[in-house]
Design a protein around this ligand. Structure first.
Ligand code: ASP
Ligand code: MG
Length: 417
């Protein structure tokens, strides 16, 4: 007997039929004797609709009221799943974030979980074998008593945080794919499903554009060493052997991974824009003059590349921002032109970032060099490069994204055979 958190995403609870399917998955685990807490997303498309309504009501709206509105999608699915479970003779009740409570910061629309009191849920496992059906994505700020949400995709984070709070043995994320792949299978049909992946590698994959899990949920899994299993909710519940290993990907600590490749996966993002500041003065304080105002404007800067000045007078500095922040970033730099002191801006919005990830890179030299040769062989020009211990990224023209990803996928031996 164990304790499980089962999380179901929007497509898995998109209508009552699918909610019934979810309930059968839950029943399977209950019948196997496990304590079960379920975390649900809103029905597919619901959150987008609610977000849209807030915008229609007023383009500039109170973030606290936005949270009151968008948190409602999960309230509906948690109640519906509890009703269906009860109809199947399973003890169950729904929980809103504030009822548990899931305490968060007051950063509305992107709140962080501070603390979860799992005691009542755990007590009910013991006293009456009650399944807890928890609304994902939402919490409450203890100071203001207002409902908060955790940012888009936040139900993943709710699930992992709850798993840690109730000391679950594992957090199962049921979704519309059957695991984590070496890259997006829609782009590379030869992409392979990974049986296991280390938290660190998964964190990079998710941060660099793989959309399987919210980044924060992986961070939490790593901090609490909570194994997270990504699996498909569309497998027939009755066909799953409760004692076997179903298809899926286990995200776990590095020690548990026996055989590992140097490169684990390749992520990409077309949601990038490049800004090059030309002929800035080469003196202390210019980087601060550029990135200070961007930080104040809450713009997340990703890649930063600055060259060493040739003449000791001027240099160029290139950085990237999310495409959605491009106009604001450009305007911010333009307004600060007098203070920064530069000749001109060159910008590009049709760019993509391709990232190669693998903790094996720590102990292998020349991994990036191979990529540069392979990309050159395909005539793909690299605009900028950044590296970290277990990852490197190249910025290229967006038109070459698919070709670059496929080339690198083959190069590092990731293709399915
Ligand atoms: N329903 C929320 C969203 O669409 C949270 C989630 O599904 O994880 O972003
Ligand atoms: Mg999601």
């Amino acid at each position: 007997m164990g304790r499980l958190v089962m999380k179901f995403g929007g497509t898995s609870v998109a209508n009552i039929d699918r909610i019934r399917n979810v309930a059968r998955h839950v029943k399977r685990e209950v019948d196997a004797g496990h304590d079960v807490a379920v975390v649900v997303s809103a029905m597919a498309g619901k959150t987008n609709e609610l977000v849209g309504w807030c915008g229609d009501a007023s383009p500039l709206h109170d973030a606290r009221e936005y949270d009151a509105v968008v948190a409602s999608g999960e309230q509906v699915t948690s109640g519906l799943l509890a009703i269906v479970l009860q109809g199947m003779g399973i003890q169950a009740r729904s929980w809103q974030g504030w009822q548990i409570p899931i305490r968060t910061s007051d950063a509305h629309a992107s709140a962080r979980i501070l603390e979860i009191d799992g005691s009542e849920i755990s007590a009910r496992f013991k006293d009456r074998q009650e399944v807890a059906v928890i609304a994902g994505f939402q919490g409450i700020n203890p100071q203001t008593n207002r409902i908060t949400t955790l940012g888009r995709g936040g139900s993943d984070t709710s699930a992992v945080a709850i798993a840690a709070a109730i000391r679950a043995d594992r957090c199962d994320i049921y979704t519309d794919v059957d695991g984590v792949y070496t890259t997006d299978p829609r782009v590379v049909p030869k992409a392979r499903r990974l049986d296991k992946i280390a938290f660190e590698d998964m964190l990079e994959l998710a941060s660099q554009g793989a959309k399987v899990l919210q980044v924060r949920s992986v961070e939490l899994g790593m901090v609490h060493n909570m194994p997270v299993f990504v699996r498909s909710s569309f497998d027939k519940p009755e066909d799953i052997d409760p004692h076997g290993t179903p298809p899926g990907t286990l995200i776990c600590s590095e020690e548990e991974i026996m055989e590992s490749h140097v490169v684990t996966g390749i992520a990409f993002s077309k949601d990038e824009a490049q800004i090059s500041v030309r002929q800035i003065e080469d003196k202390p304080g210019v980087a601060a003059a550029i990135f200070g105002p961007l930080a104040e404007a809450n713009i997340n800067v990703d890649m930063i590349v600055q060259n060493v000045s040739e003449d000791g007078k001027t240099t160029d500095l290139t950085f990237t921002v999310p495409a959605s922040d491009y106009t604001r970033a450009r305007d911010t730099i333009t307004s600060a032109k007098a203070k920064i002191g530069y000749a001109r801006l060159d910008t590009a919005t049709d760019v993509a970032k391709v990232s190669v990830i693998g903790s094996g890179m720590r102990s292998h030299a020349g991994v990036a060099a191979q990529a540069f040769t392979a990309l050159a062989g395909r005539n793909i020009n690299i605009r900028a490069i950044t590296t970290s211990e277990i990852k490197f990224s190249v910025l290229i023209d967006a038109a070459y994204t698919e070709l670059a990803v496929r080339t690198l996928h083959t190069l590092y031996g990731l293709d399915q055979t």
